[in-house]
Ligand binder design. Structure first.
Ligand code: ADP
Ligand code: MG
Ligand code: ZN
Length: 482
């Protein structure tokens, strides 16, 4: 059988959380009653004139700059003409041949294989209104009638288009997740997939692994979670390979992802850009971005997720742990605070991404809603450093702190987990174990060091985990030497 390679490019739409819409003063607010945040401009009434929103332009500049894009000194708005009931002007104002940002990239890492996904363009446009299909499961085919809400009409929308650089469903998901983190870090959008403030369209084709020519692609719409993105891409890759293997050909079309069936189905043949009769928007002047504006945006960028992860790794935190800390706001915040208070990065990072996450899942409670504070983490790490607690006892103490049993010192005391500092007690426990396991002792004396771990385990068990394992091991070595 031929070996196939999947080729994927993703188009992402992000709604900006600006005070007002892209070309009018209506508020951007989705909590309002239908058709109340509208005006002649966003309803497309004759004679109404658009005025670009500076805050939105700043937002797109932030996104483009964060994605390492070039910024065009001058870019233009075009009219993308098509008829649809949720588009009252019969055209969408968008950017066409000269977008404001282009040629950037996002770094992702799937399975320890770092890859850069090229960003072709980042352009500004406006959202449409919302059609709500009543009856027939909410899809247009079987609906009895449709309702229109124009509150969303004219909301600033940024489109981010990748090069066809993605090679697997996992990479597609990793790209989507990283883009979402970046947009959220910038604070320009809440980027919620379920609510549609971030939306993915995935373009997928397959080709024989050694073929330099791209295959025919299908574009998948209606992907509204990262999990769906991965599933939809995986399904589509398989579908196309099976189709080709059975003698068929992939047709260029738009397909709909069905979350319930886990399949994509044909929606419509793909429109070509000629179909849209693009022409320059005569009611708007070109957008000029001065070097000062561009530089000011760049200088004010917050620390981006990739930089933050590498900063954590620089502190000695594992790559995986750094990923978890950057992903979850509450864990990241606790970690930052604990670092500022001089806590041990490795230990605290491991606890937060390990025990705290496990506790949160088991208890179905956010770590942020538990009594655990950054100071608790710092204190707990100090108790490990000065051998008051063993590493495993510290994890138990952490569980107690998360569960509201008190401060680390209180939990350690109450649960009787403080390490035995009396060396006489430990020595007695070691002696007891050595007497109970003469074969192991014999083996060690004969040069087989393997039983040492076993003996340490026995002492730890008999002391209820309260002995310092390093000290125990040293004692066993001393006592079995010679
Ligand atoms: P359109 O004008 O139809 O939107 P674009 O050229 O803008 O098409 O490409 C849209 C997306 O599809 C981009 O992310 C691009 O990388 C991707 N793409 C283009 N051709 C292919 C292909 N053969 N296979 C997979 N993805 C593709
Ligand atoms: Mg496109
Ligand atoms: Zn308006």
């Amino acid at each position: 059988m031929t070996d196939y390679e999947a080729v994927i490019g993703i188009e992402t739409h992000v709604e900006l959380m600006t005070d007002s819409k892209m070309f009018c003063g209506c508020p951007v607010d989705f909590g309002e009653a239908p058709n109340t945040t509208t005006c002649p401009v966003c309803l497309g009434l004759p004679g109404a004139m658009p005025v670009p929103n500076a805050e939105a332009m700043e937002g797109i500049l932030k996104i483009g700059t964060a994605l390492d894009c070039e910024v065009a000194e001058i870019s233009y708005f075009h009219r993308k003409n098509y008829f649809y009931p949720d588009l009252p002007k019969n055209y969408q104002i968008s950017q066409y041949d000269v977008p404001i940002c282009h040629d950037g990239s996002i770094a992702i890492d799937v399975g320890g294989e770092p890859t850069r996904i090229g960003i072709t363009r980042v352009h500004m446009e406006e959202d449409t209104g919302k059609s709500i299909h009543m009856g027939g499961g909410g899809r247009i085919h079987d609906a009895e009638y449709s309702l229109l809400d124009f509150n969303r009409s004219g909301v600033p929308l940024v489109e981010i288009v990748t090069e066809p650089d993605i090679r697997s469903a996992e990479q597609a998901r990793a790209y989507g997740a990283e883009l979402q983190r970046i947009v959220r870090t910038l604070g320009v959008s809440d980027a919620r997939l379920e609510e549609g403030s971030m939306r993915f369209d995935a373009n997928i084709s397959v080709r024989p692994a050694d073929d330099p020519v791209l295959g025919t692609r299908a574009e998948i719409k209606n992907v509204n979670s990262l999990r769906s993105l991965q599933r939809a891409v995986a399904f589509e890759i398989d579908r196309q390979i099976e189709l080709i293997e059975s003698g068929g050909t992939v047709v260029q079309e738009t397909r709909h992802w069905n979350e319930e069936t886990g399949k994509t189905t044909s929606m419509r043949s793909k429109e070509e850009s000629e179909d849209y009769r693009y022409f320059q928007e005569p009611d708007l002047v070109p957008i000029e971005v001065s070097a000062e504006w561009r530089d000011a945006v760049m200088a004010a960028l917050p620390e981006l997720p990739a930089a933050r992860r590498s900063r954590y790794q620089g502190l000695g935190v594992d790559a995986r742990v750094a990923g978890v800390l950057v992903e979850a706001d509450e864990l990241g915040a606790l970690f930052e605070e604990a670092m500022a208070a001089g806590g041990d990065p490795r230990l605290i990072g491991n606890w937060l991404s390990g025990e705290a996450v496990a506790w949160s899942r088991a208890e179905n409670t956010a770590v942020g809603a538990s009594p655990l504070s950054a100071q608790h983490l710092v204190d707990l790490a100090a108790m490990v450093a000065d051998s008051t607690l063993s590493a495993s006892a510290a994890k138990q103490v952490l569980g107690g702190v998360l569960g509201g049993e008190g401060s680390p010192a209180e939990v350690a005391e109450a649960r009787d987990l403080v390490q035995i500092s009396d060396s006489g007690v430990i020595e007695a426990a070691v002696d007891e174990v050595l007497v109970a396991h003469p074969d192991a002792v014999e083996g060690i004396r004969g040069g087989d060091m393997k039983p040492i771990g076993f003996l340490v385990g026995q002492v730890m068990r008999s002391t209820g985990g309260k002995a310092d394992p390093k000290q125990v091991q040293q004692l066993i070595r001393d006592k079995t030497a010679g």
